[in-house]
Design a protein around this ligand. Structure first.
Ligand code: 3HC
Ligand code: NAI
Length: 698
């Protein structure tokens, strides 16, 4: 293996070249290499300047995240940055690709910074539940001012080179080989006898309204705390001498690193990448994808077509009649004009996508050349079977036939064709061109290269793809049905839907379950309850108060009335006064005496229901690993990233306490709260869900 940091001399300049693929993370070996390189350069009387560059695709992507949680190893990063800055030699960083987190902090320790035009810099630690911990919160505000530093540190956003130049973060942009332009800059500085400029010598940033800024960041964070810690660290940079500010940053960093939130977010970072790495797909070539078909251009079909078009695929969309076809085209064009307005595509691109790449038709024969079809027609088995029969007849050999069904049995759909090995579920989430999750539902007979193609398509569309097995609702909707039921039970027993929504958004969910129900349409749940009623277990508790609202034609947001009332043109919603009356009537019918629930109990019951069903989903092999469930909830269901996912949450709570609560709840309702066998085994063996994740990664 190459030296993590190579050392070479070029006249009076020593070059420290970081070679730690893929992204030059600052592992212990890299930190040591940089420190040794500085020592060596300083010991050589012929050397007047040091140039730090990265090999490969980035300058430095930051601290090595795999080292977090392990015992610290010298040299530590803040000391290294200080050591670089204190060097008697002139130190220059030449940046290309990304310079993130510790990567930017190393560069800020240098005396001059030069960057490629397409370079980006940023302090993304907040996305890991952290704040910059190697001087970033102290040096950045000294260059860019407190307001900009707070913005970058609390949003973690990546800043392009030209903005970084305006902000004073870099000194110069020059296109070329990073080492060559860096050396030329170094020679230029030496020729001018340019001074060593230590950022720490600059005055602290002008103060801003720290408390208001802190409050604003905490509010946006929906329970995430590291953004607020970032504000306080920048405040220290303004109020304290540099060395004191560094101490404050270090203390806050250590506090965040020890928190459950950073544990959860680091879990999310690694698993959003690991989830699509299936051992069985190693070396399996996906089938070629140039054009795809979409059947049905309603909410989902239009979203899927939009995503495919934006990724460069040609799309043939089939609708039932001219009117539906025109409506489908309108939806897709509406989605694409959103992308146009946000500057994601140009007008020329918009024209090309809508006029050339998209064909909307009513004749299935138009699908003859497509490589993969995604069916998104009504959620009805008979309709789906009929569609798959037609697809089987018109699609070329080797074309993949996929269904976007939410709940239905993909094996049964596959059996309606003569090529079940080419059939797969590709379950998108609404709006499909925006939501990141894709469940790749593998049926009994699905061929491995078809699964590989599902994942390749997901990657091309920019999705987080998760393998799921066949069952009612796959991973996400099956678990959703269960925790949603727990919320319904709490309503019957006395918690109001509004208290529940509030408690869960306070916990960090993007929306509470009742606001979500209004958004999705109350008719969906109503139809499902009717469909399931004949086979219902006698002990199953199902509230019917909301059906009364549906019977009056109120289906939530789309009709203006549901759990909440929606005024046209107004974003805020208010509780519907009919709901408490309907609930009270049902409680009287069922002879339930309502009781009080604390917010804490609401969250606990909701989460325990989620964990219990999730454990069953893992146990049955519907999800490959606990972390796969976590990623489904994170990317498809608005689960707070700073909690890491329901099974990460369970690990952090302690599985024994979660199981004890489930068993306690089972004393009231043994049918609903049947503890998962896997959960019991893990508790008995003193193991965690993360132990299962690690075991399957080997
Ligand atoms: N440490 C360890 N591994 C890292 C890493 C890091 N900082 N950054 C990326 N990797 C790994 C990824 O896990 C992935 O591994 P895999 O191939 O085994 O899955 C591999 O590098 C490639 O990463 P991506 O697939 O994400 O490649 P992309 O090209 O899509 O993205 C990136 C590259 C923009 C650098 C992206 O990986 C990224 O955002 N990384 C994290 C950057 C970050 O958060 N830096 C701050 C770290 S915390 C810090 O510096 C603390 C300091 O202030 C003290
Ligand atoms: P929708 O009702 O908005 O759209 C269905 C479209 O299919 C209609 O435009 C209809 O004209 C068309 N269609 C019906 N039969 C057809 C046929 N034989 N040939 C061609 N087109 C036909 O429904 P939506 O919400 O888009 O759902 C579609 C599928 O996606 C369902 O299976 C649903 O369960 C699933 N799904 C829905 C999600 C959602 O949030 N709406 C999320 C994920 C999956």
């Amino acid at each position: 293996m190459a030296d993590p940091v190579s050392y070479s001399t070029h006249e009076a300049v020593a070059v420290l070249r970081i070679q730690n693929p893929p992204v030059n993370a600052l592992s212990q070996a890299v930190r040591q290499g940089l420190a040794d390189g500085m020592d060596r350069a300083e010991a050589d009387a012929a050397i007047k300047a040091v140039l730090i560059v990265g090999d490969g695709r980035a300058f430095i992507a930051g601290a090595d995240i795999t080292e977090f949680g392990k015992p610290p190893m010298e040299p530590n990063l803040p000391d290294l940055c200080t050591r670089i800055e204190a060097s008697p030699l002139l130190v220059i960083a030449s940046m290309h690709g990304v310079s993130l987190g510790g990567g930017l902090e190393v560069a800020l320790g240098a005396h001059y910074r030069i960057a490629q035009p397409d370079a980006v810099v940023g302090l993304p630690e907040v996305h890991l539940g952290l704040l910059p911990g190697a001087g970033g919160t102290q040096r950045l505000p000294r260059l860019a001012g407190a307001e900009k530093a707070v913005d970058m540190i609390t949003t973690g956003r990546q800043v392009k080179a030209d903005e970084a130049l305006d902000l004073g973060i870099i000194d110069k942009i020059v296109q070329g080989d990073p080492q060559e332009v860096g050396l030329a800059f170094a020679q230029e500085l030496l020729a001018q006898d340019a001074p060593r400029r230590a950022v720490s010598d600059l005055a602290g940033a002008e103060p801003i309204d720290w408390d208001a800024t802190y409050e604003g960041v905490m509010k946006k964070g929906r329970g995430q705390i590291s953004g607020g810690a970032g504000v306080r660290a920048v405040q220290a940079a303004s109020e304290l001498p540099f060395a004191e500010g560094m101490k404050r940053e270090r203390a806050l960093f250590a506090e965040m690193l020890a928190s459950d939130q950073s544990n959860g977010m680091i879990h999310a970072f690694f698993n959003e990448r690991a989830v699509s790495n299936l051992p069985e797909l190693k070396g399996v070539a996906p089938r070629v994808l140039n054009a795809i078909g979409v059947i049905g251009g309603g909410t989902m079909g239009a979203g899927i077509a939009t995503a495919a078009l934006l990724s460069g695929l040609d799309v043939v969309l089939i609708e039932t009649g001219q009117e539906q076809a025109a409506a489908a085209r309108g939806r897709i064009e509406g989605n694409l004009s959103g992308a146009l307005k946000r500057g994601k595509i140009t007008q020329d691109k918009f024209d090309a996508l809508t006029k050339k790449a998209l064909v909307v038709a009513t004749d299935y024969a138009t699908l003859g050349d497509v490589d993969l079809v995604i069916e998104a027609v009504f959620e009805n088995m008979d309709v789906k079977k009929e569609v798959f029969g037609k697809l089987d007849a018109v699609c070329k050999a080797g074309a993949i036939l996929a269904s976007n069904t939410s709940y239905l049995d993909v094996d049964e759909i596959a059996a309606a064709t003569s090529r079940p090995s080419d059939v797969i579920g590709l379950h998108f989430f609404s709006p499909a061109h925006i939501m990141k999750l894709l469940e790749v539902v593998v049926a009994d007979k699905t061929a491995t290269d078809v699964v590989a193609t599902g994942f390749a398509l997901g990657k091309r569309l920019g999705k987080i793809s998760v393998r799921a097995g066949v069952c009612d609702g796959f991973i996400g909707n099956r678990i959703l049905a269960h925790y949603r039921t727990a919320a319904d039970h709490m309503v019957l027993d006395g918690a109001s839907p509004y208290q529940i929504d509030h408690a869960l958004t306070d916990f960090g969910f993007a929306m509470g379950p009742f606001a979500v129900a209004d958004l999705a349409g109350l008719d969906i749940g109503w139809m499902t309850r009717k469909r399931k009623a004949p086979d219902r277990h006698p002990e199953e508790r199902v509230p019917t108060y909301i059906d009364k609202l549906c019977e009056q034609g109120h289906f939530g947001r789309k009709t203006g009335e549901g759990y909440y009332l929606y005024e046209p043109g107004q974003r805020a919603s208010v509780p519907n006064p009919k709901i408490p009356e309907l609930i009270a009537a049902e409680q009287r019918d069922l002879e339930i005496t309502p009781r009080d629930f604390s917010d804490e109990e609401i969250v606990r019951r909701y989460m325990c229901a989620m964990v219990n069903e999730a454990a069953k989903v893992v146990d049955e092999g519907i999800a490959r690993r606990p972390a796969d469930v976590d990623m489904v909830l994170l990317f498809g269901y608005g689960f707070p990233r700073h909690v890491g996912g329901p099974l990460k949450w369970a690990d952090l709570q302690g599985l024994d306490t979660v199981l004890a609560d489930i068993e306690r709840f089972a004393q009231e309702d043994a049918w609903f709260w049947q503890p998962s066998a896997l959960l019991k085994t893990l508790v008995a063996e003193g193991r965690s869900f993360d132990d299962l994740n690690r075991a399957s990664a080997k």
